[in-house]
Write a new protein. Structure first.
Length: 40
């Protein structure tokens, strides 16, 4: 089973491959995947 970080990275990579704006940040040893869908 994937860890939370692996899941978030996979989700961000998938969204990026679908031309969504993505980013990944790490704070206090927690990784967060950011995905922007539509809009400005």
């Amino acid at each position: 089973m994937a860890s939370d970080e692996e899941f978030e990275l996979t989700l961000a990579a998938l969204a990026g491959s679908l031309q969504f704006e993505t980013g990944v940040a790490k704070a206090s040893d927690n990784m967060v995947a950011l995905i922007r869908i539509g809009g400005q």
